[in-house]
Design a protein around this ligand. Structure first.
Ligand code: BES
Ligand code: MN
Ligand code: ZN
Length: 507
């Protein structure tokens, strides 16, 4: 999708549809006021007569607008002025663009920069607008013989009332577009079925990203033989029962002026299907375990955004990928494996497999002497119980890193919540036979999973994002969300700003 910024007189804007936000109370916003003046008070009258209810998220198409160059108007309710905040704008955007995507329009002009959001500037508003537009036109119909026609909307212009905000709006739209594309890519990888999206398929995706990057992305794939030689027995133990060979996928993005600058490392859980293995899961809803590679998908999506935005920093993106199946050769409960780090693990439950692939990837990351490491995983059902489907669970061995991620999540509106990682929980992982067990019992399941990972992250600042509740939706709306591509991209863009800061301009 293409985005541009306009600063012209709203009444003169020639477009198939001009989208105008409206409060339930008080004066009209600048664009709406100008349109109102030019159209014999069309908007004011619709509101006064009760023909348009400006409640938050209400949208109404006005198919004919006298006195205006626009062919149509769409009014979008913002609710009451006093309550207007970031969530109101997001709600309005997520009502507007799906409605626009259903109409026979190729191009629209939107006036959301008028919305007064406390503490947010023009670039932020442009960013969330562009991202919402991209998300709204996403469809996954590859496997439908007769799919519904794809949305036509392909060009969105942002009408900016204050011309001094034009450049910032352009920059914001550029970020929003890149994030939206990354999000949609992650959704597609997540939505692909397990018989298509295998560890080898993910490896091929990495190769493709590398080939399309004009040298910006260096890709290395470790196959089972290489992993055996390396000593990544924990990762290999998970795919042992599968016909699909496991892979460790490494993508290196070198954007910093100094190639030796310490990279930020992302690590994604890429279990392309999780049956539970010998500790087999119950049958109901097991199809959803194709989404068990959504951590990996978010890493791919973030790499895609990075390649579009080209920030000046170094990033290493790692995906630990395997298929977890029961078989005569599969790992059994009670088996003891040796991790890449050298610690031994008693596998008490083969369904706690994510931590087994991640721990070897976390050890592998040490070689990059990273500035930070963030892993992203659909790790525990317990995270869904704790936080539901709105917040990603955040665990960290470094409070500054945790704050940076929380902050990035707020900016991207892809929020996380900080969970405890206290030593008190560690003893739940004690094993009678090995250095540690791979499960910690029923209490605090998402915390003990993070505790397991923490044993492999002692040499760098590390955070873990448990996205089991946020990576996909179930039921009628079943599908991958593309989270947390927004959070991760923002986190990395913020690190670029940090690099540019000199002691004088930092408080
Ligand atoms: N992929 C699952 C986690 C999961 C379950 C995510 C349900 C979303 C919905 C993970 O591999 C798993 O099976 N975890 C177990 C761990 C347990 C055996 C300690 C779980 O959460 O039940
Ligand atoms: Mn599992
Ligand atoms: Zn899993």
């Amino acid at each position: 999708m293409e985005f541009s910024v306009l600063t012209v007189n709203p009444a003169k804007v020639e477009t198939a549809c001009l989208v105008v936000p409206v409060f339930t109370d008080g004066d009209l916003l600048p664009v709406a006021a100008k349109l109102d003046d030019a159209s014999e008070r069309l908007i004011g009258q619709l509101i006064e007569r009760g023909d348009f209810d400006a409640g938050l998220g209400n949208v109404q198409l006005i198919p004919f607008a006298p006195g205006l160059a626009a062919e149509r108007l769409m009014l979008v309710g913002l609710g009451t002025r006093a309550k207007c905040n970031e969530a109101s704008l997001r709600t309005a955007l997520d009502a507007t663009f799906p409605a626009l995507a259903k109409l026979p329009l190729d191009e629209v002009v939107v006036a959301f920069s008028d919305v007064p959001v406390p503490d947010r500037t023009a670039d932020w508003k442009a960013r969330v607008t562009a991202e919402a537009a991209q998300r709204a036109v996403y469809r996954f119909s590859e496997f439908k013989s007769d799919p519904a026609p794809a949305p036509r909307l392909s060009r969105v212009s942002l009408l900016v009332s204050d011309p001094t905000e034009a450049t910032a709006s352009e920059q914001g739209a550029r970020v929003g577009r890149a994030v939206g594309e990354g999000v949609n890519y992650a959704r597609t990888l997540g939505n692909l079925p397990g018989n298509v999206c295998t560890p080898s398929y993910l490896a091929a995706q990495a190769e493709q990203l590398g080939q399309g990057s004009a040298g910006a992305l260096d890709v290395e794939i470790l196959d089972e033989e290489a992993l055996e030689l390396l000593g990544a027995h924990s990762l290999l133990s998970v795919g042992r029962g599968s016909e699909e060979p496991s892979r460790l996928i490494v993508m290196r993005y070198q954007g910093a002026d100094d190639p030796d600058e310490a990279p930020h490392v992302l690590i994604g859980k890429g279990i392309t299907f999780d049956t539970g293995g010998i500790s087999l899961k119950p049958g109901a809803d097991m199809d959803e375990m194709k989404f068990d590679m959504c951590g990996a998908a978010s890493v791919f999506g973030t790499v895609k955004s990075l390649l579009a935005l080209k920030p000046k920093l170094n990033v290493v993106a790692i995906v630990a990928s395997a298929e977890n199946m029961p078989d005569g050769r599969a790992t059994k409960p009670g088996d003891i494996i040796k991790t890449l780090k050298g610690l031994t693990v008693e596998v008490l439950n083969t369904d706690a497999e994510g931590r087994l692939v991640l721990c070897d990837a976390l050890t592998y990351a040490e070689r990059y002497q990273p500035a930070s490491v963030v892993d992203i995983a659909t790790l525990t059902g317990a995270a869904v119980i704790a936080l539901g489907h709105h917040a990603t669970g955040l665990f960290a061995n470094d409070d500054d890193l945790a704050l940076d991620l929380l902050d990035a999540g707020e900016t991207a509106w892809d929020r996380a919540w900080h969970m405890p990682l206290w030593d008190d929980y560690q003893s739940q992982l004690d094993s009678n036979f090995a250095d540690l067990a791979n499960i910690g019992g029923r209490p605090a399941g998402s915390i003990t999973a993070a505790c397991f990972l923490s044993r492999f992250t002692e040499t760098y600042p590390w955070a873990h994002l448990d996205i089991a509740g946020t990576a996909w939706a179930s039921g009628k709306q079943k599908g991958a969300s593309g989270r947390p591509v927004g959070l991760l991209t923002q986190y990395l863009l913020d690190r670029e700003v940090e690099l540019g800061e000199t002691p004088e301009n930092v408080e």
